[in-house]
Design a protein. Structure first.
Length: 247
């Protein structure tokens, strides 16, 4: 079993002792999907070639999961298909009781500035905030499968990771099965934060070398469902609280 399988199986193991719930609703947009059981879990729609998923399965394929056991559907996380892996990840998150968590309500970008000011920082995934905070760091590497101006590709990214003091990693790396390799390339003792709407806020991920989790908690399901259906990106969604969990 490789490291990415270990992460996937650890997340699946984390729900075994939780009460199961039927999936009540799945909503899919152009940027995100939402799976509702105990709560609403989110996952980004990512394409193997980079960017947002271009080939979304027909509605009847994923609507067929509605009414099914969320624990069973969670096993889709093991699939190579990015869409169905995302359904599995969102199903896992949908079973957590976030009301019992001791969250810190702070933005991931503020944590990055606090921990990385004057240091070398890598951000895997071109988040909207990167250009705004770039000046705070000695050097900011933005690593992307499809680099924009100022970004670097994943090959160069793996070369610079061992020199970075702070590394921010998009949680879509769980969906595309690259998280374990990224973590293994990081400098020992570096601050590593997993972030984005796909982040499962589960302390089991700290066992794999992460320092902080920065995700979201759905507070108003109707606003979130409507926003996703309209094709909103995460930053445009209403009805969401951004939350962090420290090791």
């Amino acid at each position: 079993m490789d490291g990415n399988d270990e992460i996937a199986y650890a997340l699946l193991e984390s729900i075994k002792k939780l009460d199961d719930h039927s999936i009540g609703n799945i909503v899919v947009g152009s940027h995100l999907m939402a799976v509702e059981s105990r709560q609403v879990g989110l996952a980004s729609l990512i394409d193997p070639s980079g960017g947002h998923l271009k080939d979304i399965p027909p509605e009847n394929a994923w609507k067929a999961f509605e009414g099914k056991s969320a624990k069973r559907v969670a096993n889709q996380l093991l699939e190579d298909n990015r869409f169905y892996s995302g359904v599995g990840l969102a199903s896992i998150t949908s079973l957590y009781d976030y009301e019992k968590y001791d969250f810190i309500k702070v933005k991931a970008q503020d944590i990055l500035v606090e921990k990385g000011r004057g240091k070398e920082v890598a951000v895997i995934g071109h988040f909207p905030f990167v250009d705004r905070i770039r000046k705070e760091f000695k050097k900011l590497w933005v690593i992307e499968l499809k680099p924009r101006d100022g970004d670097v590709d994943t090959t160069t990214g793996f070369e610079v990771l061992p020199g970075c003091d702070v590394v921010a990693i998009t949680a879509t790396t769980i969906i595309n099965k690259t998280l374990a390799g990224i973590l293994s390339a990081c400098k020992p003792g570096s601050f590593r934060i997993l972030l984005g709407p796909s982040t499962p806020m589960n302390p089991v991920l700290f066992d794999f070398g992460l320092t902080m989790l920065a995700g979201s908690m759905v507070k108003d399901r109707e606003k979130v469902f409507c926003g996703i259906s309209r094709g909103e990106a995460f930053r445009g969604l209403q009805g969401i609280d951004t939350v962090c969990l420290k090791r």
